[in-house]
Design a protein around this ligand. Structure first.
Ligand code: GTR
Length: 429
């Protein structure tokens, strides 16, 4: 009997301690200075010390750095500084003809080397035949370069992919049957036929989209295997954003693209990565977020569609550990996503939503976009985004801010690309 009492006492105490530490974790997740702030009273134009942002100087020198610091510490995590050596090898170069449009196609292998460790990525580039330094769209793909066109010269990824019946993947790897199956997401004839270029790589080249620790992908390159992950360190979205920046670095060294203007673009989780790449790397001249949803363009506070609990339960590894402390407490964050979008200003920003993509909360994406004009208008006094959420197939374009609501589901389609391309050509002349 006595033994049972001791047993229940120990179990009870352990439970009490773990419940207390959960409660403590949300109260104490912020640093002591930030803990004093009321989350309800935060705004993009108000610094954490209450200073108002009424000019570009205060934005760029005070509010913008503190916001980036906040996103690093509490959402996407801090990426360590690391600079590997890069070796570029041209694996294939050919002229592809897609729906009557001829284009230069190159497959390039990049080997990153650091402290005796190596990591490879494969970049596929598609450029117009006779245009020097075209605008280049830079985006990661979900199923490897060979999924975007059936030509045999495109690299089949050997990395982990999400299982997908249409692509006939087997045990998380693509198969020969997967070739070209995602071509509809990458309308090469439209992109190159409009005089633009595309550079893409498989997101798994930088980090596998699976919860398998933080030792593979670029983590393995950047940090030692003995590294103990802290609460504010990077997750996959930051690793993928690093990959986008590496494609940018490649373009700056590559033939015919040294002076190209570039557009970071991404769909869904890769839209979140494109936004974060645009924030952390100002070499991107424009950013496109396509259906990026929770932790992308959508507001946390609307509490529609995916929320922090839902996203971190399935994908804890996309974010810093700190982010999970906000599960069920989205409104305790001191930021909302108009702030993430504002960090792109004054560069052109295009947010694309889809009307029945409820999981991504298209209306919440529009609200972030609408509210981000508080910062865009510091640079452009004519900026005037209407409050009303557009109807399906509606487009709002004002100066360096653009939004559309494609009628339909969660996807990236030629309809979206047509608008992204025309807008990029107009703004990046
Ligand atoms: C969903 C996830 C979203 C979005 C999407 C995607 O499962 O909940 O945040 O990123 O995946 O990438 O297609």
């Amino acid at each position: 009997m006595k033994n049972y009492n001791v047993f229940f006492f120990i179990i009870g105490s352990l439970l009490a301690v773990s419940i207390a530490s959960c409660v403590r974790s949300i109260e104490k997740v912020h640093s002591p200075e930030l803990r004093k702030l009321d989350p309800k009273l935060q705004g993009v134009r108000k610094c954490f010390d209450n200073d108002q942002v009424n000019d570009v100087y205060t934005w760029e020198n005070k509010r913008k750095p503190e916001l980036i610091d906040y996103y690093e510490n509490y959402i996407f995590g801090k990426r360590p500084e690391f600079s590997p050596k890069r070796e570029f090898t041209l694996l294939a170069q050919d002229t592809l003809v897609v729906e009557g449009v001829s284009m230069i196609h190159k497959e390039v292998e990049v080997v990153f080397k650091l402290n005796g460790k190596r990591r490879k990525c494969f970049i596929a580039e598609f450029l117009p035949l006779d245009i020097e330094n075209p605008i280049v769209f830079v985006g990661l793909n979900f199923f490897g370069n060979a999924s975007i066109h059936p030509s045999l010269s495109l690299t089949q990824t050997k990395n982990y992919v999400i299982n997908n019946a249409t692509l006939q993947t087997e045990r998380h790897r693509v198969t020969e049957a997967s070739r070209g199956k995602k071509a509809y997401r990458w309308p090469l004839a439209l992109i190159v036929g409009s005089g633009c270029g595309l550079a893409t790589a498989h997101y798994g080249d930088f980090d596998a989209d699976v919860y398998n620790g933080f030792f593979d992908g670029v983590y393995g390159l950047a940090q030692s295997y003995l590294h103990v992950r802290k609460r504010n360190e990077w997750g996959s979205i930051s690793a993928w954003a690093w990959g986008l920046s590496e494609i940018q670095t490649f373009l700056e060294q590559g033939e015919g693209t040294k002076n190209s203007k570039t557009v970071a673009i991404g769909h869904s989780r890769l839209g979140k990565a494109a936004l974060w790449a645009g924030v952390t790397d100002e070499r991107f001249d424009m950013v496109v977020s396509n259906n990026s949803g929770c932790a992308g363009a959508a507001q946390f506070r609307t509490m529609r569609g995916e929320d922090i609990q839902k996203i971190t339960k399935r994908f804890p590894y996309w974010f810093s550990k700190n982010f999970r402390s906000f599960n069920g407490h989205d409104s305790l964050l001191l930021v909302d996503q108009e702030m993430l979008l504002s960090l792109i200003a004054p560069r052109p920003l295009y947010v694309g939503s889809a009307s029945i993509d409820a999981w991504s909360d298209p209306e919440g994406e529009y609200l972030s976009f609408y509210k981000a004009q508080a910062i865009y208008s510091l640079y452009d006094s004519k900026c005037d985004i209407p409050y009303g959420y557009p109807s399906p197939n509606g487009v709002v374009q004002e100066g360096n801010m653009a939004y559309h609501l494609r009628a339909g589901e969660h996807e990236i389609l030629a309809w979206d690309w047509e608008r992204y391309i025309a807008y990029a050509k107009n703004r990046l002349k």
